[in-house]
Design a protein around this ligand. Structure first.
Ligand SMILES: [Zn+2]
Length: 141
């Protein structure tokens, strides 16, 4: 076995070339291990990297796999709102607690904007889907 020393060639993993290539030893770390090497291909100087250990321990990025928690698809509210507005019977009426609304009606609220009536309960209460939230409003008072 040939003794390694500065000026001799050694196989090292090159971070720039991403390959195990011939390198020239610049400095020895100890009698058996090169410290600093220069890549014969890209001429960059870097710490010696044992090609065996470089390939044996590839950095496996722990990617988070998106596991389906629920089989039911959760529709984002904005999407639900968009779907409801598209399906709603327009044109939207200005919201007033004195008006009477029906499920599927489009309404214009002065604060919350465009909403679609999703549910009617208690005769005077209704659930309205707005873009940012689902709110209970009074009507038919
Ligand atoms: Zn290189």
């Amino acid at each position: 076995m040939s003794q390694l020393s500065a000026g001799k060639e050694v196989s090292s993993y090159c971070n720039k070339c991403k390959l195990t290539l011939a390198h020239t030893i610049v400095v020895m770390k100890n009698e058996k291990t090169p410290g600093k090497v220069t890549c014969n291909t890209c001429k960059s100087s870097h710490a010696y990297k044992d090609p065996a250990s470089a390939s044996a321990s590839p950095k496996a990025p722990a990617k988070k796999r998106d596991k389906k928690r629920d089989s039911r698809p959760q529709i984002p509210l904005a999407e639900l709102w968009q779907q409801s507005v598209t399906k709603a019977k327009g044109p939207g009426r200005a919201y007033s607690p004195k008006s009477t609304f029906l499920v599927g009606d489009l309404l214009e609220h002065p604060t919350f904007g465009t909403g679609v009536v999703d549910k009617i309960f208690d005769r005077t209460k209704m659930e309205v889907i707005f873009q940012d939230n689902i709110r209970t409003l009074m009507h038919n008072i």
